[in-house]
Design a protein around this ligand. Structure first.
Ligand SMILES: NC(=O)c1ccc[n+]([C@@H]2O[C@H](COP(=O)([O-])OP(=O)(O)OC[C@H]3O[C@@H](n4cnc5c(N)ncnc54)[C@H](OP(=O)(O)O)[C@@H]3O)[C@@H](O)[C@H]2O)c1
Length: 455
């Protein structure tokens, strides 16, 4: 900037990547930087995190918030091409409801600042949604409105529309991975049958990066999708086949996007506010209607299998998730409760005190604890939720059961020594363990990961 362009000193375009800490933006910065054709500036609200990741001379990190117009003017000054990859679906469930307002504010600030800074191009990535505005979900409608607002700037706008973007650390892939790898049975709403064209994040990033040098893409809207048309149901089946997992899927006649998002939140570490737009995007078929980008930027698109294969070779990513960090006592106390229950169950059966409802209750209790341990172990909310029910329930059962009968049972078991020498009633020990699980549950931390770490 400020330097006169000459033959010996040619103008090197300066590119701004917003959302550079995100799933797509992070990869785009790497791609643009590796081409060595541009100077790159990244906008982030957390400059320290990004400075660790992009330390090359050609990448400059700018601290700023899209909600602040003056931050954007500073960041956009001297920029030729700006990528708009900001996503405002974050925060708590109540904050999520305000996303459309944030989307609008950020886009208005950006369009105004781009005009003031004489930015020549804006490149925006939008969700692919078929249909008119009134058919779109609130989220998709809001994203489309962002495109319309950006189009009001004096910069020429290029819009890419993609539906299911697959890559390690991406929310859709994380959702798919957890559902297939962790659950043997899935009860899915009807939207899983809608058709989409899943595309590898690498291919999306190639389109974005190549469009900078492609004048023909200026002022146009392009649909981008992978080479195959698949439903989420088919993705589950194919991913399961690749991973050698058998996931049984039952499809219900209901759509229930809100309920689906809460269910995903419970059984996978993907947050409801993140799952919701992904599910919204799958409420209708979302396939490519205009393939013109394939002539302008001809690339060999990865198939679903090739995408999964390339993901397997990448280091672990971190999607924006709700991570449960249970106090280890929770796992230990639940496990110890299960072990402790064995002599109790055995002696009750031995004394002929068991009957069908009793056997069912014990089986259910065991299943419940095993279920809680399984889900806690991989950080899904459902684990702590089940532990939150089982812990207090166990305490209540121990406290309300017949003390004399309990002692009689315990004396017959191998716990006699423990009882006689230490005068510890195993029932009391079990109650203590159940209480420990409740205590550990209260100590459980929930973090909302907001960074996406990728290669
Ligand atoms: N992922 C998909 O499947 C998909 C599909 C179609 C379209 N898209 C679109 O592609 C874009 C990028 O998606 P993504 O999945 O990469 O998103 P992401 O991983 O959730 O990243 C979102 C980015 O938005 C930035 N951001 C949020 N609020 C901001 C603010 N107030 N000021 C400045 N930056 C802010 C964050 O930057 P900091 O936290 O560093 O500030 C973060 O890097 C989004 O616009 C999305 O709608 C995504």
């Amino acid at each position: 900037m400020g330097t006169e362009e000459t033959e010996a000193n040619p103008h090197i375009p300066r590119i701004l990547v917003t959302g550079a800490s995100g799933f797509i933006g992070g990869r785009l910065v790497e791609k643009l930087s590796s081409s060595r054709r541009y100077k790159i500036r990244c906008l982030t609200r957390r400059a320290d995190t990004l400075k660790e990741r992009f330390s090359g001379d050609d990448v400059e990190i700018a601290q700023g918030d899209a909600g602040n117009y003056y931050n954007l003017v500073d960041t956009l000054s001297g920029v030729d091409v700006a990528f708009y990859l900001i996503h405002s679906m974050e925060g708590s469930a109540s904050g999520f409801a305000k996303f459309a307002g944030r989307d609008k504010l950020f886009a208005e600030n950006f369009a105004r600042a781009a005009t003031e800074c004489h930015v020549s191009r804006i490149i925006y990535l939008e969700e692919l949604g078929t249909g008119r505005n009134e058919d779109l979900s609130h989220h998709m409608w809001s994203r489309r409105r962002v495109g319309n607002i950006l189009a009001k700037s004096t910069a020429k706008l290029t819009v890419f529309r993609a539906s299911s973007i697959l890559g390690k650390g991406g929310h859709l892939f994380e959702m798919l991975r957890y559902l297939v790898e962790k659950l043997p049975l899935l009860l899915c709403p009807k939207w899983v049958l809608n058709k989409t064209q899943p595309i590898s994040v690498d291919d999306v990033v190639t389109y974005l990066a190549e469009s900078v040098a492609s004048k023909e893409t200026e002022g146009k809207i392009f649909d981008v999708g992978g080479p195959e048309t698949l439903s989420f149901f088919e993705m589950i089946e194919r991913y399961g086949r690749i991973k050698g997992k058998q996931t049984r899927v039952a499809v219900t006649p209901f759509r229930t996007p809100r309920l689906s998002a809460y269910w995903i939140d419970l059984v996978t570490p993907v947050k409801a506010s993140i799952a919701r737009p992904l599910i919204d995007a799958l409420q209708h078929d979302a396939t490519v209607r205009d393939n013109s980008i394939r002539q302008l930027i001809p690339i060999k698109l990865k198939s679903f299998e090739e995408t999964v294969e390339s993901i397997a070779g990448e280091p672990e990513g971190k999607a924006k998730t709700t991570q449960i960090h249970p106090d280890k006592t929770l796992l230990y106390s639940l496990f110890a409760l299960e072990v402790l229950m064995i002599p109790y169950v055995a002696t009750t059966a031995f004394l002929g005190l068991s009957n069908i409802p009793w056997i069912l209750a014990v089986a259910l209790w065991y299943l419940g604890v095993a279920f809680a341990i399984h889900f806690i172990d991989y950080g899904a909310k459902l684990g702590t939720l089940s532990a939150g029910i089982i812990g207090p329930l166990s305490i209540t059962l121990w406290i309300t059961s017949d003390i004399e009968q309990r002692r009689q049972l315990i004396l017959i078991t191998g716990a006699t020594v423990l009882y006689n020498t230490l005068e510890i009633d195993l029932s009391i020990l079990a109650a203590v363990l159940a209480a420990a699980s409740v205590w550990a549950l209260l100590k459980t931390k929930v973090t909302h990961t907001t960074t996406t770490e990728l290669p």
